[in-house]
Design a protein around this ligand. Sequence first.
Ligand SMILES: [Ca+2]
Ligand SMILES: [Ca+2]
Length: 195
Amino acid sequence: MTVASRRTAAVVVCAAIALALSTPAAQAQELTRSDGTNDVWVSSGGGFTRAPGSKHADVTWVVLRHRAKRVVLTVKLAELTKQGAEVVLLGQFRTNTGLLRDAMLFGQVGIRSGYVEFSNRTGKSVACNNVAHKIDYAANTMMMSVPRRCLNNPSYVEFRSQSSWVTSTYEQVYVDNPHNSKAEFTGWSKRILRG
Ligand SMILES: [Ca+2]
Ligand SMILES: [Ca+2]
């Protein structure tokens, strides 16, 4: 190998190392899960029973992105419409320091574009400026974007999520989660490192 070719090889190696080091920081670390259909449960005030065939609230896909400045939760539903009283996306977060925070996105009668409530685990409201959200009824997706500083800038987050659809009479609540095919999920996702 000549001096010139060794130098070229060294440059290529250095470039590859630089790319390997920079790529993780440049991209959000994320966790994506697919969820089956026809695994919706319904409650009429008591316990939950299966609601086969219901597409409302039926999650088919979830992704949690841990970006440099934001934690973004997005779900896709089998069917997202403006029917019923409201549709709700719950995102619960646990950080490396044990901090627990809930974010709830409501799309209600009169406020179909939605709004977000940010709180601690007891439901007490916690200030968090610039929470962003989007409910896309055409794409059947719901998204919440929480600034990392509202989670004390964690090194990693774990999450769990649930979607709900409430009938117009408020008598029945349909639920699904992207973690299992049961009525509820009490565990946590894997750790998602900061991108
Ligand atoms: Ca599902
Ligand atoms: Ca499920």
